[in-house]
Write a protein that binds this ligand. Structure first.
Ligand code: Z5A
Ligand code: MG
Length: 212
């Protein structure tokens, strides 16, 4: 008889510097997975819809001043407040395509000068992704794309440091993606890899051990 044990969804993360196409790809990936009969949904960090998310939005987009440590902890709290919901989705068999996560949190705060080890601590023990697609390209190239320059962190020197820190944070389950490729080419390779990750994750336990 067929097993009645529910198979969990996969935690698929897209990370990278600004304008590397994370949101474009995340949306397309969710649609492609759903089309293939996998239940998938998009989750974006920061989640600007919560109270904490609104404080983050005020800082990023409206020039509200907060010190670097406070902002860092707000981004982390914005992930922790989502954990129960994310776990429920995964355990119900929904694959989550997540647009930015703790790696962005550490990369931006450490680029501003906070200690790297300190930066990682508040996120220790979060759900760990099954795969991280790291969309990477030279900052000079991404700057040519639409929208760059609208928010607080969109400056070349800072973005260059952020990119270096992302590279230093790479883990064995990261897949480096050349983000200068055409949207369709990147999409095809993300779908291909994601189907493999979904198949491998479905019988594996949830990992609540980020950086632990
Ligand atoms: N932040 C933080 O400090 N700490 C944290 O813990 C977290 C985040 C989670 C807001 O994030 C800021 O928060 C961000 C990091 C910091 N810093 N900044 N600035 P956000 O995720 O809300 O940022 P965003 O506004 O969504 O932009 P983005 O993520 O930088 O862009 P993207 O999602 O990578 O790219 P996109 O929107 O898909 O594409 C950008 C443009 O390029 C668009 O016109 C596309 O049509 C075009 N595009 C996309 N792909 C291609 C290809 N392949 N070729 C050509 N053109 C393309
Ligand atoms: Mg985005």
């Amino acid at each position: 008889p067929k097993s009645t044990i529910l198979q969990r969804g996969a935690f698929i993360l897209l990370e990278g510097c600004d304008r590397t196409g994370k949101s474009t790809q995340a949306e397309k990936l969710v649609a492609a997975l759903n089309q293939r009969g996998h239940q998938a949904r998009l989750w974006k960090f920061p989640d600007r819809t919560t109270g904490i998310g609104q404080m983050i939005h005020g800082y990023l987009a409206q020039g509200k001043d907060l010190n670097d440590q406070t902002v860092h902890l707000l981004f982390s709290a914005n992930r922790w407040e989502a954990m129960d919901t994310l776990k429920t989705h995964l355990l119900q068999g929904t694959t989550l395509v997540v647009d930015r996560y703790a790696y962005s949190g550490v990369a931006f705060s450490a680029a501003k000068g906070l200690d790297l080890h300190w930066c990682k601590q508040p996120d220790v023990g979060l759900l760990a992704p099954d795969v991280t697609f790291f969309l990477d390209m030279p900052i000079e190239e991404s700057m040519k794309r639409g929208g760059f320059g609208d928010e607080r962190y969109e400056k070349v020197a800072l973005q260059t440091k952020v990119r270096e820190i992302f590279h230093a944070l790479q883990e064995p389950n990261w897949q480096l993606i050349d983000a200068t490729q055409a949207i369709a080419a990147i999409h095809d390779s993300l779908v291909h890899s994601s189907l493999q990750v979904i198949a491998a994750a479905k019988d594996a336990p949830l990992q609540c051990n980020l950086w632990a």
